[in-house]
Design a protein around this ligand. Structure first.
Ligand SMILES: Nc1nc2c(ncn2[C@@H]2O[C@H](COP(=O)(O)OP(=O)(O)OP(=O)(O)O)[C@@H](O)[C@H]2O)c(=O)[nH]1
Length: 641
């Protein structure tokens, strides 16, 4: 079986190359003729549009293909629907200056804070970055964070102001911001319109002239950094690699080469190598300094470790420093709507996490929802995108529980991270042995016009922010100056509706970014909900003392609204430990569905009983209370907002 799989694979590159109209001869590009770069920017500042223009200008895609600004690198359905990039994409281009041809490898990165791990991973394969700033909006919160990530990696940064075709653009003002924030020399700033193409050829020239080529050493054995991967149903795992060293007399990498992984020590035979052009384009080899893909007989998603070093079998190599593992900020349970679908769901999650390595996965079981997975995400948008991808790409029908952050519970002799409210101890029980509880906090950066500063400060205080500080972003601006506001704020406060409130209270002008700032001691407790005295595990919450009453009252009211009346009276309660915080009572109803049908209508009576049986099948039974699946869905989806 395994043999026939790899035999089939061996023929694939040959046929695929025959089918490809375009060809790239990687042998023509020594290190000096290669540039690996990325586009980094705040969300919506135009990265994908610029990528389209670059691909078009270099003839990689036709004008027709990108004519409708279709953003060819945003390949996922979720990206096209939401107009955001969630997954970094790689594309190679060939561009000539004075008859010298260059191979340019572009890595398009996501802009949203939740995907910054993708950004730092992609930058590992680059030597330079275009820092793109919208001429109408200026430097925003995410521009600052991506700039720092690129600077820490020692990349050559080219500042580019985009959207200069717009009437509201203020390039001179943005140049001042770039100068005061990042110490950029104004003469280095390029001004373009990615939409019309104005100035874009200067970007290509700057990439070649200002970004250094990748370095390759002739002494060291060859190594390839695996920086991304995806799964192909027919060819198994496809790994994106950046070839960093070589020294063998062989050309790396060729079909048939034997390679091994530093991480797993497993060996593979290379079945196909190629570049992303922007789709996979098989090439004869992949050479030092180049970025491309490898298909080898890697069958399991779990074998491709992002950050792994691949090397030629027999060589002695030290692994390259891998990537900082992604640190989940938000956890949620994912359960199949039909409990029989768990195995299928687990397999889909496994496949999807191959294209998104920042998601952590554990099994979870709930008395109300059955068997499921507890997943860790980098933020709530990330969680929502993952849910949508499971539904779009794997046809999954799922329930997602409310997001929660990882808390630290400190006992006398150990500290435990709790990312599932059901596992949070009852602190009112003196025998719990808990010394203190800590919650994760983040350092938030908000950029906002001066007029909205008061509202923003109020919002931050309402969300338990501390250490508020602010300063002017536009040095010397006389009107509508912008402020950078920083504070530390509990992560749990921003995973709910903080961002929506921030946008509405600033009329859409505020931009927001955050970074991990460790843990701080906090007065938290577990709130549970009881239906007729029976606890519903999937609904438990961890709340701060200041919000207990309000949260308790709001939730019992919502539950009261969505739970259908039963044959008996049902108390709905919110409790902390043994103390009931809030209560609503669901009145009893008569449910004899056949009561209105008198003798003789046997068929009608049977049909009613059948209907009742079918809806019972879709009920979740919590103690003596029957909860329709839809009600559960309602509760959890309102709760997740
Ligand atoms: N007028 C004008 N609009 C532009 C220009 N560049 C991009 N846009 C528009 O700005 C919007 C955002 O552009 P994208 O290319 O999707 O931005 P992005 O940075 O890739 O967005 P994310 O991937 O979500 O971070 C789109 O509606 C583009 O058409 C430009 O130079 N001029």
């Amino acid at each position: 079986m395994a043999q026939s799989y790899s035999t089939t694979l061996a023929f694939v590159p040959f046929f695929r190359r025959l089918l490809c109209a375009k060809a790239v001869d990687t042998a023509l590009f020594p290190c000096d003729a290669i540039r690996n770069f990325s586009i980094i920017a705040h969300i919506d500042h135009g990265k994908s549009t610029l990528a389209d223009r670059l691909l078009e200008l270099t003839g990689t895609i036709s004008k027709k293909a990108s004519g409708s600004n279709q953003q060819v690198l945003d390949k996922l359905k979720v990206e096209r629907e939401r107009g955001i990039t969630v997954k970094a994409q790689t594309a190679s281009m060939v561009y000539a200056i004075k008859s010298q041809k260059y191979l340019l490898n572009l890595i398009d990165t996501p802009g949203h804070v939740d995907f910054s791990w993708e950004v730092s991973r992609s930058l590992a394969a680059c030597q330079g970055a275009l820092l793109l700033v919208d001429a109408t909006q200026g430097v925003q919160a995410q521009s600052i964070s991506v700039y720092h990530i690129a600077q820490e990696r020692g990349l050559k940064i080219i500042p580019v102001i985009n959207k200069i075709d717009m009437p509201a653009s203020q390039p001179a003002r943005v140049i001042l911001q770039l100068e005061s924030m990042f110490g950029v020399d104004p003469v280095d700033v390029l001004q373009i319109s990615a939409k019309t193409g104005q100035g874009v050829d200067a970007v290509l020239r700057a990439v070649i002239e200002r970004i250094p080529p990748p370095s390759a050493s002739a002494e060291k054995p060859l190594k390839a950094l695996l920086f991304d991967s995806h799964y192909d149903r027919y060819r198994g795992v496809i790994s994106l690699v950046s070839i960093t060293r070589w020294g063998d007399s062989f050309l790396f990498m060729l079909t048939g080469d034997k390679i091994a992984s530093c991480h797993t020590r497993k060996k593979y035979e290379v079945q196909e190598v190629g570049v992303m052009y922007p789709e996979e384009l098989p090439t004869a080899s992949l050479r030092p300094g180049q970025v491309g893909y490898i298909a080898c007989n890697m069958k399991e998603s779990s074998e491709a470790h992002v950050g792994d070093t691949l090397y030629r079998v027999g060589a002695q190599v030290d692994p390259m420093p891998g990537f900082r593992p992604a640190k989940p900020m938000v956890y949620a349970g994912i359960f199949p709507v039909d409990t029989n679908d768990f195995i299928k769901l687990e397999e889909s999650v496994k496949r999807l996490t191959l294209t998104d390595r920042s998601v952590s996965v554990q099994r979870e079981s709930s008395s109300a929802l059955g068997q499921g997975c507890r997943l860790g995400f980098l933020g709530t948008l990330h969680m929502d995108v993952f849910r949508q991808r499971l539904e779009d790409e794997y046809d999954a029908n799922i329930i997602v529980t409310a997001p929660t952050v990882p808390y630290k519970v400190v006992y006398k002799d150990r500290t435990v991270i709790v990312s599932n409210p059901t596992e949070f101890p009852d602190l009112s029980d003196s025998s719990s042995g808990v010394k203190q509880v800590q919650e994760p906090v983040v350092k938030a950066t908000i950029i906002v016009p001066e007029d909205h500063l008061g509202e923003m400060m109020k919002l931050c205080f309402a969300h338990r922010a501390e250490d508020l500080d602010h300063r002017y972003l536009d040095a010397g601006a006389t009107k509508s100056a912008r402020i950078i506001l920083t504070c530390t704020i509990p992560l749990s406060e921003i995973v709910t509706d903080f961002f929506d409130k921030l946008k509405s209270k600033s009329s859409g002008y505020a931009s927001f970014d955050y970074e991990d700032a460790g843990y701080r001691r906090s007065d938290l407790s577990k709130m549970v909900f009881l239906l007729n005295g029976k606890q519903v595990d999937a609904l438990a919450l961890i709340v701060h003392r200041s919000g207990q009453q309000e949260v308790g009252r709001t939730w019992v009211k919502k539950l009261h609204k969505v739970i259908p009346r039963q044959l008996f009276e049902v108390p709905i309660q919110a409790a902390i430990g043994k103390q009931i915080i809030a209560r609503e009572t669901l009145k009893a109803m008569r449910a004899d569905v056949t009561a209105g049908l008198y003798g003789g209508h046997y068929e009608r009576k049977m049909k009613h009983l059948e209907n009742q049986k079918e809806s019972k099948r879709r009920m979740k039974r919590i103690g003596s209370v029957d909860l329709p699946q839809e009600a559960f869905f309602d509760i959890l989806s309102t709760k997740a907002k």
